[in-house]
Write a protein that binds this ligand. Structure first.
Ligand SMILES: C=CC1=C(C)c2cc3[nH]c(cc4nc(cc5[nH]c(cc1n2)c(C)c5CCC(=O)O)C(CCC(=O)O)=C4C)c(C)c3C=C
Ligand SMILES: [Fe+2]
Ligand SMILES: [Fe+2]
Length: 365
């Protein structure tokens, strides 16, 4: 195989474009065991996701997990699948389209906006090559994870870097590291909670459930836990909620090791058993609804809460296509694009000179 990916011959005077690539986790192509298998294999083979020595992990993954989980997970995916496909991909694609429109409205019609999935398709490699083919020589990569984690954000950086190794004519890169305390993101969350409460009244408790990671990663220096708690605190403050009515919990535990605590489902069951009648659950760590929110929280956790004596369970959807969120994402992108938005744009002085030249030409005619 050639060392570098093929590229067209270099043309002098090619206009440089700037692009934004949104990246989310990835999802299977269909809600079937056959489609789940390659997706789970790619995802769970990433050493950033499962930090167990390969020699130990390989037989567990290939001998046990890939023989049992695909069918079990496929059933769950089938229960949330949309007409257009997997919710995660459907929402991410819509977010990219909306972002392009919002950036155009903000005065940046020339930006090239695309999206990719870290695992599955469209792959980062595929979209980076497409953006290069469209002339992008500067690319801002936005992992759609508000809280930084090695198991999510860093894997995007790893994959983009691997792709750079295949490019002869590499683009200039920027990455968004996190946006867990971005005022626009926090306000978008607060707004969706307030809207829900306007229509449905307020709950006894607001549970803010984040995807978990192994507890060990916190001890090894991952800031994820701390960033989740900061988001939780800022959201509770924005809503004017006293501490005792807002809780941060962690969901989607995978494997037998200890993960970040408290775990979402047992917390909900304990609240119900204590006589808490109504809980509202929001998942601020996901900007798009997906299996983990629609099935695990809105179905499994609802059932568990009600079975343990809870009276009312409300799931507050992810930010998805909310105007406030796309607006926040637009401002976040503009802030990180920074001086790239100026490069190649005629400055005021040259615009004025061009205007006066045109006027002179008109006067002499
Ligand atoms: C939002 C941040 C996420 C973190 C942090 C994260 C860590 C993490 N996840 C697994 C294992 C699985 N996660 C799965 C699905 C999944 N995870 C996230 C996000 C984070 N994961 C999303 C958005 C999704 C949903 C994808 C979709 O298609 O809707 C799955 C696959 C589903 C299943 O079989 O349960 C696994 C497996 C680990 C091990 C981990 C941290 C180390
Ligand atoms: Fe996950
Ligand atoms: Fe899950």
């Amino acid at each position: 195989m050639a060392r570098y990916w093929p590229e067209p011959a270099y043309q002098h005077g090619t206009a440089a474009r700037t692009g934004v690539l949104l990246v989310n986790l990835g999802t299977p192509e269909a809600p079937t065991a056959a489609a789940l298998r390659p997706y789970l294999k790619q995802f769970l083979s990433d050493p950033r996701v499962v930090e167990i020595p390969r020699l130990v992990w390989w037989p567990i993954l290939n001998g046990i997990i890939l023989n049992t989980r695909p069918a079990a997970s496929a059933k769950k995916y089938a229960s949330v699948w949309m007409n257009e496909g997997s919710p995660l991909k459907v929402h991410t694609e819509r977010q990219a389209k909306l972002l392009a429109g919002y950036l155009t409205k903000a005065g940046h019609p020339d930006l090239d906006i695309d999206f990719a999935m870290r695992y599955g398709s469209p792959s980062i490699a595929d979209r980076l090559q497409a953006m290069r083919a469209r002339g992008c020589s500067r690319i801002l990569v936005v992992p759609l994870y508000p809280q930084y984690s090695a198991s999510t954000t860093a894997t995007v950086v790893d994959e983009v870097s691997r792709c750079m190794g295949h490019m002869r004519n590499q683009p200039e890169l920027r990455f968004v590291r996190n946006f867990h305390d971005d005022p626009g993101y926090i306000e978008a969350l607060a707004r969706s909670v307030r809207d829900h409460w306007m229509k449905n009244g307020e709950p006894d408790r607001l549970v803010m459930s984040f995807h978990g990671v192994p507890r060990r990663s916190l001890d090894l220096g991952d800031p994820y836990h701390c960033e989740c708690h900061k988001t939780g605190r800022l959201l509770a403050e924005a809503l004017g909620l006293p501490r005792e009515r807002a809780l941060v919990t962690f969901q989607s535990r995978f494997g037998k090791a200890e993960w970040l605590k408290p775990y979402t489902q047992p917390t909900l069951e304990a609240l119900a058993a204590q006589g808490v009648g109504r809980v509202d659950v929001i998942c601020p760590g996901f900007v798009a609804d997906c299996l983990e929110t629609l099935e695990e929280i809105a179905m499994e956790c609802r059932e568990a809460f009600l079975e343990h004596g809870g009276k009312e369970f409300h799931y507050i959807p992810c930010l998805n296509e909310n105007h406030e969120w796309i607006d926040a994402l637009t401002r976040l992108s503009i802030a990180h694009l920074g001086n790239w938005l100026e490069i190649g744009r005629p400055d005021e002085a040259s615009l004025a000179a061009a205007r006066s030249r045109a006027m002179e030409k008109g006067a002499t005619r």
